[in-house]
Design a protein around this ligand. Structure first.
Ligand SMILES: Nc1nc2c(ncn2[C@@H]2O[C@H](COP(=O)(O)OP(=O)(O)OP(=O)(O)O)[C@@H](O)[C@H]2O)c(=O)[nH]1
Ligand SMILES: [Mg+2]
Length: 307
């Protein structure tokens, strides 16, 4: 355990959940704070499906951030699972960051989330993200609107993308954390196995390169990560799962061009993550309506028992 030797203040630590509607910038914020990409990001809503935990260790505090799936009305079993993940994290954290998009007005989506706050005693901050996209005058109006809806402990406007005000927010978070131990070693940034992050990085590239119905129909399963003795290259084998034959065609692309591009982009990120050269082999498989099948969801890593 680390102590702040300057003023003998006790070490602080705690869990901080980041919640909000899809696409407001929760994962972008997590990655900015951690200084490394551990959660995938995209301009498509419902990018994050599982909770992603990131650890920030400072001299006087350790903050464990929990990124969650954006809260929306579920349309299939995968959606149900995502909402359970988002809501379950609220119970056992020390602080909740409710993130909204400065560009969008207060709407039913926000209202729906705030209603849930009335049964919670955990302190809640309102984080107004994407301030790089609005005029400062508009910000005051947004703050006034939200003040009337709930007694937030703090209201902090930030830009997760550009970093504005993020350090100030971290200082404010620290004042709300209880005294506690350093739960994770200082050099650990996430508690997710590399297998999960690799699958997510592949899914992110596929999300970026495809449109319309494809993004939500995708899952990625890692079949094998093989480190061969005496060889510097790590062999990763993964399968991209889609719901229809037509989607398989799109993912493979003309003469395999799309799959090649997904693989090329993902390989770069995976090499950064593993600090090694990687040989990435990608396969595509159709699994009809997988998002509604409990057994398939389990197989693809969405296991409710773990949340
Ligand atoms: N201009 C601007 N864009 C941002 C900012 N933060 C995030 N974005 C963009 O908003 C989009 C969504 O970001 P994500 O971090 O994936 O959002 P999310 O809240 O995690 O979304 P879900 O996982 O779907 O719930 C991406 O295109 C980001 O680049 C910001 O501060 N300013
Ligand atoms: Mg996300």
């Amino acid at each position: 355990m680390q102590n702040n030797s300057n003023n003998n203040a006790a070490y602080k630590s705690g869990f901080i959940s980041i919640i909000g509607r899809p696409n407001v910038g929760k994962s972008t914020f997590l990655n900015r704070v951690i200084g490394q990409k551990i959660a995938i990001m995209s301009d498509k809503p419902q990018t994050t499906r599982n909770k992603v935990q990131g650890v920030l260790t400072q001299e006087s505090a350790q903050m464990i951030f929990i990124d969650t799936p954006g809260i929306h009305k579920p349309k299939h079993k995968l959606g149900d699972f995502m909402m359970k993940v988002a809501q379950n994290t609220l119970k056992e954290v020390d602080l909740i960051l409710f993130m909204v998009n400065a560009e969008e007005g207060f709407g039913r989506g926000e209202e729906y989330i705030i209603e849930k706050f009335h049964s919670i005693t955990t302190p809640i901050f309102l984080i107004i993200n994407k301030i790089d996209k609005v005029h400062p005058d508009d910000l005051l109006q947004i703050i006034e609107t939200y003040k009337e809806k709930y007694a937030f402990k703090e209201i902090v406007p930030i830009s997760a993308l550009q970093g504005n005000n993020v350090d100030r927010l971290l200082n404010q978070i620290q004042t709300y954390l209880p005294e506690g131990p350093q739960y994770y070693p200082a050099d650990q940034v996430t508690d997710h196995p590399e297998r999960f992050i690799i699958a997510e990085l592949i899914r992110e590239k596929a999300l970026h390169l495809t449109r319309e119905e494809i993004p939500h129909s995708l899952a990625v399963v890692i079949d094998k990560i093989e480190r061969q003795q005496g060889k510097e290259i790590i062999h990763v084998m993964a399968t991209i799962i889609v719901e229809r034959d037509s989607q398989k065609g799109i993912i493979i692309g003309k003469k395999g061009g799309m799959l090649k591009e997904i693989g090329k982009r993902a390989r770069g990120d995976i090499e950064n993550l593993l600090g090694s050269k990687v040989f990435l082999e990608l396969w595509v498989k159709v699994q009809k309506d997988w998002r509604n099948k409990i057994s398939q969801l389990r197989e693809y890593g969405f296991n409710e028992d773990e949340y």
